[in-house]
Design a binder for this molecule. Structure first.
Ligand code: AMP
Ligand code: MG
Length: 488
């Protein structure tokens, strides 16, 4: 692998160098060969042979330079002070096949100076969820961390009950969070200039060409964050814990914890059981992204040329960028061009889903069953299920909408419409139920279901033979929600 451990060369106040604390008897959970190839890991025989030892913390290869990063953050709207990698280590940074810098970060690997009250460990349950969701996002085309693999072990970890300790080798284009800058502002303000230069040179080199590189960098972070959150809304994803310490400066989704994919459409849906006020409800995510950037940006006023006014100019486009990306994406999901009439249809469609608690993913996909039922038997079935769930009154609303929609489509190239619907609406997302089935089997030592889901989510936009009905079934309309909490 082409190591480029640049973070380890920054000021030592920013991190603590230390090796991982090994797990007891680590065993293979799953290995992502695609990521191994991307990183050049697969070209190294020793890395391939010893991946379980490496992820289990028993062996640190030459070229790795493990360290725990210091950062801070606002959690649930409150300043939380110093946080940092409490159970993860940045193991190495490498240039991948595309010459993009990637962080290898080992999560669940023991205490660090930033562990606070925690035990430095991660349980199998949350490790599998993070592993599969990173993979799902990569294949859906949404910027996010992914993972090289994970192991399970005999190390006991206490949560609500005793669980098996696990570790995940996360791979992300950066592990610098908004909270890194918050930490510097509070604990080492003299480092802000140097650290900002590092962020620009490493992750936003194009901004160097601008007259004011810092402002252009900040604008780019604002824009990427807005686009990432638009992607979440479109796919029906709720992150669950959008604290400033969980948002990356590259606009890549980071820290998959109490996340969820929308099933029966309810914009006020809260997936995170620990989120009592609904701060991180699905419909609040765009505003929370803004809130986070708004507490983050003022720290840069310490730098020359950055004022309250210039920062306001950086933040101002957030809403427009979000709305544009979201609305364009929403129209594409319906196979329509981005124009006023499409938006009218889209918003009425969302109301229909909401009023009747229809499944978000399946309903969009069912449109293929409306337009081309002969070529899309799975989607024809989804459409039948959808209409079956409608009351007589709702059926009239649906029929009216369908008429308007088909009239709109009649003015377009049908092949393009179909292509857009097919490529923007997955058949399979990581529903809580299907993740839970893989977790239950894995807790019995069976990883076949993780492997099957890995394959299923590798081509989410195609109907697959290995799928079962359960893989695309929402819970009953008023079924109690599965409790997914921060305890991981
Ligand atoms: P999270 O809510 O998972 O984003 O974590 C918030 C902070 O708590 C981060 O600084 C984590 O490193 C830390 N943390 C979470 N779980 C643990 C744990 N089991 N042991 C030590 N630190 C943890
Ligand atoms: Mg976190």
């Amino acid at each position: 692998m082409r190591y480029q451990n640049s973070y380890a060369k920054l000021d030592p106040r920013l991190y603590h160098k230390q090796p991982p604390t090994a797990l007891d008897n680590p065993r293979a959970g799953h290995f992502n060969l695609q990521v191994a190839e991307q990183l050049g890991w697969s070209e190294d025989k020793e890395l391939m042979q010893r991946w379980v030892d490496i992820i289990g913390g028993h062996y640190v290869p030459d070229g790795f330079e493990p360290l725990a990063m210091a950062y801070a953050g606002h959690q649930f709207g409150q300043w939380a002070g110093q946080l940092g990698d409490g159970r993860g280590l940045l193991m190495a940074q490498v240039l991948d096949n595309n010459d993009t810098l990637q962080d290898l970060h080992l999560k669940g690997i023991g205490l660090t100076p930033y562990s606070r009250m925690g035990d430095g460990r991660a349980v199998l349950r949350s490790t599998i969820r993070e592993y599969l969701c990173g993979h799902a996002f990569a294949q859906l085309g949404i910027p996010a961390s992914n993972a090289l693999g994970f192991v399970v072990s005999d190390t006991p970890v206490r949560r609500e009950k005793m669980e098996a300790g696990a570790a995940l080798m996360r791979v992300a284009d950066s592990h610098i969070r908004l909270g890194h800058v918050e930490w510097i502002a509070s604990f080492a303000p003299d480092l802000l200039g140097e650290f900002t230069d590092y962020m620009i040179d490493t992750y936003y080199p194009d901004c160097r060409d601008s007259e004011q590189p810092v402002l252009s960098f900040l604008s780019a972070v604002v824009e990427r964050t807005a686009r990432m959150i638009a992607d979440w809304q479109l796919i029906g994803f709720a992150h669950g814990v959008m604290n400033t310490d969980n948002l990356s400066i590259t606009g890549s989704t980071l820290d998959f914890g109490p996340f969820g994919f929308m099933e029966r459409f309810n914009p006020a849906w809260i997936n995170n059981h620990s989120d009592h006020t609904g701060r991180y409800a699905y419909q609040n995510q765009p505003a929370i992204g803004y809130w986070n950037l708004n507490v983050w940006l003022p720290h840069f006023m310490r730098l020359p040329g950055v004022t309250r006014e210039t920062l306001a100019d950086c933040l101002a486009p957030y809403e427009t960028v979000f709305m544009q990306h979201y609305q364009q994406g929403l129209c594409r999901k319906l196979g329509l061009p981005h124009e006023q009439v499409s938006l009218g249809l889209a918003f009425d469609w969302l109301s229909l889903l909401e009023d009747n608690l229809l499944d978000y993913t399946n309903s969009f996909r069912a449109l293929l069953g409306l337009i081309a039922p002969d070529n899309y038997p799975h989607e024809k079935q989804l459409l039948a299920t959808l209409t079956h769930e409608l009351s007589a009154e709702a059926l009239t609303v649906w029929q009216d909408w369908r008429k308007r929609y088909l009239a709109q489509i009649a003015t377009l190239s049908i092949d393009e419409v179909i292509e857009n619907i097919e490529n923007n609406n997955p058949v399979y997302v990581l529903r809580n139920d299907i993740a839970q089935r893989a977790i239950t089997a894995a807790e019995q030592g069976q990883f076949d279901e993780v492997d099957r889901l890995y394959t299923l989510l590798a081509t989410p936009y195609k109907v697959q033979e290995l799928a079962t009905v359960l893989d695309s079934s929402p819970p009953a309309p008023n079924a109690p929600q599965m409790p997914i909490s921060c305890s991981s």
